[in-house]
Design a protein around this ligand. Structure first.
Ligand code: COA
Ligand code: AMP
Length: 634
């Protein structure tokens, strides 16, 4: 081990594994409980584990009320900064509590009770944060769906979560266009089998929505005096706080279930120990509340810690230019910022020399955290040279809700190795396993796994589907959680995560399932079979590419290939959403397969990325791959 892995970090890490009870009960002291935990881990029913089984709390109380009671009433809790609508607003802890109490009252008046689900389909506006906390306040389970998803994806989530209420806005505002959201919600509800009883609509001036019978106008319902604010409903630490859907290898999304108690303890601990933030400091995460980074590090962790959090409705570039992040950091005196590497690649492309940093006062910024996809050493170097602060890679997933591996600047900053997310975070027993489930040697790539139990704050199961949870994550290697990422640890124990080993792709820090894209393409009547692969892209990290074989008989055989290609791009945009970023589909004669019929997506991706993979021994017809090489490399 290098010096970097000794000292405070190593002591905390060792204790988290040798004495998880003591470690997490100590961390739990930073949360206000209705019934404080006497035990940390309930391991009576492996491989299902629960944290703080005898405790009760309210997450919203911990994010708002206790700070108001404790002297932060007038401190800014939330800054809304929206270059796309030219708006800025601030909310103190007292103001945010008032709004959340009223929003929670509206939900209660609509019949939402503890355990009921509420789907939130909102752009990056304060009402998104208010809605999430309002659900937490009354023990309802929120499920935020990212606004870039199309109605069919929203419908799939509505059918799985079965919400009583959907909260939406009339529109989102993108860089160059206004996206009406309400018609998408109406369409999704038409497509879904489950019928939510009410849709609460935030009307935005950029495009007002037509209202129907089940629709409730947010502003009217929120008018002071119209609704009595709701109090905090006590919940068990093990009760669900939210469901967040993420892409698996099939088209059917997985509903990650997060509990209340473990989540509050882990996020509060992470904010100080991983990220080094203290109560009262300003924290800026540029992501979207529709993703896990937004849930954890725009909303819950900073507010649980008593920080000021920035909600930014804009892009790193084009709103209006590549200095947008520097403006936000400077204006609000952010102590740290968090985003995805793709955002920095976009900035670097627009302003390679960092000229737009000139004259900006970023002196309060102590660190930049990047996660959501692999941080390539070039981007790390560029950001480090331009900002002059530690640029900290951290690796995690929707499933875990907080970092699995990081450089824990709050506990002990370790030397940075570009390309590595540094060391396992306390609580995570990270092991790299070979095909046989044996620990890999240092430097040898394998499946990055975490020995069970996972720490507090991580998924407890998949919504309504314990069996899929077990099959997807726990069945490959007994006693281990399978992350789905491949990677290795070096001689110093540093964790290097190299990429997914399954059919999940990562486009601009957004996780997509090739299965979902293929399902959309397969709906086209002219398509006989198809494959979607993620190929390297200089800004977005990966972008999807489609390969289709057309039917050779019947009406479909008469179609114009160019027309089909355009129809397929449109189909994916309509079925999955613009966020899929599918720009290219090639019509090919055949797809390479194994003798058992499995399409060789990984091999095609390697060819497209300019690698020279060994032809798999199981391939049915090697000439198919040879014939495709030219198309893939073009
Ligand atoms: N609602 C509706 N549409 C949305 C949307 C939303 N919330 N978010 C994105 N879209 C649309 C975009 O308008 C775009 O549509 P277009 O094809 O008509 O232009 C499409 O989805 C693709 O969006 P995106 O992948 O964001 O590409 P982009 O070219 O607009 O921006 C980046 C590229 C790199 C600047 C952008 O992806 C970014 O800022 N990423 C930051 C990383 C991030 O937030 N990661 C989240 C996890 S940490
Ligand atoms: P999501 O669940 O959308 O957050 O995506 C999680 C996936 O993103 C992981 O399984 C990784 O493949 C990838 N990922 C996230 N952070 C990193 C990182 N720091 N380094 C490498 N890959 C990452």
């Amino acid at each position: 081990m290098s010096d970097g892995a000794s000292g405070r970090y190593q002591a905390a890490y060792d204790r988290s594994l040798s004495d998880p009870e003591g470690f997490w009960l100590d961390a739990a002291r930073d949360i206000d409980w209705i019934n404080p935990p006497r035990r940390a881990l309930d391991d009576a029913n492996p491989p299902f584990y629960r944290w703080f089984p005898d405790a009760r709390l309210n997450t919203c109380f911990n994010a708002l009320d206790r700070h108001v009671i404790g002297g932060r009433a007038d401190q800014t809790a939330l800054i809304y900064d929206s270059p796309v609508t030219d708006t800025r607003a601030t909310f103190t802890y007292a103001e945010l509590l008032d709004l959340v109490g009223r929003a929670a009252g509206i939900l209660q008046n609509l019949g939402v009770e503890k355990g009921d689900r509420v789907v939130i389909y909102l752009p990056m506006i304060p009402e998104a944060v208010i809605s999430m906390l309002a659900c937490a306040r009354i023990g309802a389970v929120h499920s935020v769906v990212f606004g870039g998803f199309a109605p069919a994806e929203l419908a799939a989530r509505i059918d799985d979560a079965r919400p009583k209420v959907v909260i939406t806005a009339s529109c989102g505002v993108e860089r160059s266009r206004v996206v009406p959201y309400k018609p998408l919600v109406d369409d999704a509800i038409r497509q879904a089998r489950h019928r939510p009883e009410y849709v609460v609509v935030v009307q935005r001036p950029q495009a007002e929505a037509d209202m129907g019978e089940r629709d409730i106008d947010w502003a009217s319902a929120m008018r002071p005096g119209t609704v009595a604010p709701a109090g905090c409903v006590p919940v068990a630490a093990t009760d669900p706080l939210y469901i967040l859907y993420t892409s698996g290898t099939t088209g059917h999304p997985k509903g990650i279930v997060r509990d209340n108690g473990g989540h509050a303890v882990a996020l509060r601990w992470s904010m100080t120990n991983v990220f080094g933030l203290q109560p009262g400091e300003v924290w800026f995460t540029a992501s979207d509340v529709g993703w896990v980074v937004g849930h954890s590090y725009i909303v819950y962790a900073p507010l649980l810690t008593g920080c000021t959090t920035v909600l930014y409705e804009g892009k790193p570039v084009g709103t209006p230019d590549a200095s947008a992040f520097w403006r936000v950091v400077e204006s609000y005196g952010a102590a740290a910022m968090f985003t995805a590497p793709t955002a920095f690649r976009a900035i670097k492309k627009e302003d390679p020399d960092g000229t737009l940093l000139a004259g900006r006062d970023l002196s309060r910024l102590r660190s930049l955290f990047l996660a959501g996809e692999r941080l390539d050493p070039d981007t790390w170097q560029w950001a480090t040279d331009r900002l002059g602060v530690p640029v900290v890679d951290n690796w995690w997933q929707t499933e875990t809700g907080w970092p699995i591996a990081a450089n824990l600047v709050g506990l002990q900053q370790m030397p940075i190795k570009p390309g590595s997310a540094t060391m396992p975070v306390p609580g995570y027993d990270v092991q790299v396993l070979d095909d046989q489930g044996r620990p890999a040697e240092a430097g040898q790539e394998g499946a990055v796994c975490v020995r069970l139990p996972l720490p507090p704050g991580t998924l407890t199961t998949l919504w309504g589907d314990d069996e899929r949870y077990r099959a997807s994550y726990l069945s490959a290697f007994e006693g281990y959680y399978l992350s789905g990422d491949g990677g290795y640890r070096d001689d110093d124990g540093y964790v290097f995560v190299m990429g997914r080993t399954d059919d999940v792709i990562n486009v601009a820090g957004h996780r997509l399932s090739t299965g979902a894209l293929e399902a959309a393409i397969a709906e086209h009547p002219a398509v006989a079979e198809c494959a979607v692969i993620g190929v390297a892209d200089p800004v977005k990290g990966q972008v999807p590419r489609g390969l289709v074989v057309l039917k050779s008989t019947g009406d479909a055989a008469q179609v114009d290939e160019q027309v089909v290609r355009e129809e397929l791009l449109d189909l994916v945009r309509r079925q999955v959403g613009a966020i899929a970023s599918l720009q290219r589909v090639d019509v090919v004669v055949a797809l390479p397969k194994t003798r058992s019929g499995k399409i060789l997506r990984r091999t095609m991706r390697q060819v497209a990325d300019g690698e020279s993979p060994a032809t798999p021994s199981t391939i049915e017809d090697p000439s198919v791959l040879d014939d495709l090489a030219e198309v893939l490399r073009s």
